[in-house]
Design a protein around this ligand. Structure first.
Ligand code: MRU
Length: 407
């Protein structure tokens, strides 16, 4: 059997809007998956920036491409500059803005910087303004293709480490959705499955935003890869039972010494894996390596909205089963999207779906309203706890990662 990736969309792509024929960045809205798979269309840098901040597009490699496309979008749809120098200053500002929309995943700033550098290089070669604009759009699209190629190489490199019959454990979503397509850890899983090496994948739920239960579980189920969802707190016990042969996680930033930031909860897995002598691998493209930082203490860790931890969100479609319910929902949504507020902080917005039924986005408070909350989105796993770092160039000891030349 091979993984069936036909139901998994690319997370981000460049195209033209059907409604106004303008260049557009299309994104799968990952905040509502798996219940709703909306495609967001962005025609301005601000739209991509909002998608990055809300995690509609997420995962370090996908963020790198989103940043590059956001700058290209600014150049195509927003810049009115007539002089190359002024346009270049605008490119710099656009790159700075999108590159700092989230702090931890280094790919975001990397993608913006790469596009900016390309613009300056091509301007130095004497290209005219329209040629420059065309060039940065083509370059951003190539970055999307390069991302998939890197993931396929990571998949091939990582699968070699997997013994036939292996049971893996993964955290968050470093699958296809966290990249443009195929995934880093996803790449290893899909390749190993195709090579008949994989028995099963344990998927951590990944509180507070549930990237594991919402995204990774959906991806693996869609691809036909055997998997089971567990709460984050179950991982140690499953390892103790001898049911995990290797842990594979993604990365948001890898320092020069190999210390690695990834989704909060990764460190806990590394500690457990070390205790039970289970190999612990990090999968990431070269663009996730930040050689300017000596060690993990220098990585900026994103702090997120306390509400992510104070309750939970749910999105979906309601299909009323009787006339009275349909009438009630029709009334509520008569004037468009309806915001409903409830005691104890619960909130819901309701809207009519073009395809039928009513969409909802809800947030339910589950903790005492006043409880103080600490909500860092990432943690740092020390290099010495990492068995190997798998990139598109091969498999490296964390401490030997920077001994080789970069591509
Ligand atoms: O907050 P997120 O969902 O962007 O965090 C994502 C992760 O931590 C991933 O593991 C990492 O970016 C690698 S995605 C291939």
């Amino acid at each position: 059997m091979t993984a069936d990736l036909s139901k998994i969309p690319r997370s981000i792509w460049w195209g033209k809007s059907e409604s106004n024929d303008r260049p557009t960045v299309f994104l799968i809205d990952q905040t509502r998956l798996p219940m709703i798979g909306d495609v967001l269309s962005c025609q301005k840098l601000e739209g991509v920036e909002k998608a990055v901040k809300s995690l509609a597009v997420r995962g370090a490699p996908a963020l790198g491409v989103a940043a590059a496309m956001a700058v290209a979008l600014w150049s195509t749809n927003e810049s009115t500059d007539k002089e190359v120098d002024v346009w270049l200053s605008g490119i710099d500002a656009a790159a700075e803005r999108i590159g700092s929309a989230r702090p931890t995943a280094v790919n975001l700033a990397w993608g913006a910087q790469k596009l900016r550098d390309r613009a300056h290089e091509q301007a130095d070669r004497g290209l005219g303004l329209q040629e420059l604009k065309d060039d940065v759009v083509a370059f951003a699209q190539k970055m999307a293709d390069d991302d998939e190629a890197a993931n396929r190489a990571i998949g091939a490199n990582g699968a070699e480490l997997i013994k036939p019959g292996s049971r893996l454990l993964t955290h968050c979503n470093a699958g296809s959705l966290g990249t443009v397509f195929y995934g880093t850890v996803g790449g290893v899983i899909y390749t190993a499955f195709d090579q008949d090496r994989l028995e099963h994948v344990w998927v951590d739920e990944t509180r507070p935003l549930n990237q594991g239960s919402r995204l990774t579980a959906w991806e693996l189920m869609s691809a036909g890869v055997p998997c089971a969802l567990i709460a984050d707190s179950m991982a140690a016990s499953i390892m103790q039972s001898g049911w995990v042969d290797a842990v594979f996680v993604g990365a948001d930033r890898i320092c020069a010494n190999g210390d690695t930031a990834n989704k909060i909860g990764t460190l806990m897995l590394a500690v457990c894996a070390r205790n039970f002598c289970i190999p612990f691998y990090v999968c990431a493209p070269e663009s996730s390596i930040d050689r300017s930082l000596e060690d993990g203490s220098q990585i900026p860790i994103e702090q997120r909205d306390p509400r992510e931890l104070a309750g939970f969100t749910a999105s979906g479609t309601l299909l009323p089963d009787d006339v009275a319910s349909t009438q009630a929902f029709d009334l509520l949504t008569k004037k468009g999207e309806r915001q409903l507020k409830f005691k104890h902080g619960h909130q819901m917005s309701l809207y009519r779906n073009t395809g039928g039924g009513y969409g909802f986005d809800a947030w339910f408070q589950t903790s005492p309203p006043e409880v103080p909350i600490y909500n860092p989105a990432f943690d740092v796993t020390p290099a010495e706890m990492i068995t190997g770092i798998i990139t598109e160039r091969g498999v490296f000891d964390p401490d030997g990662l920077c001994d080789t030349d970069t591509a």
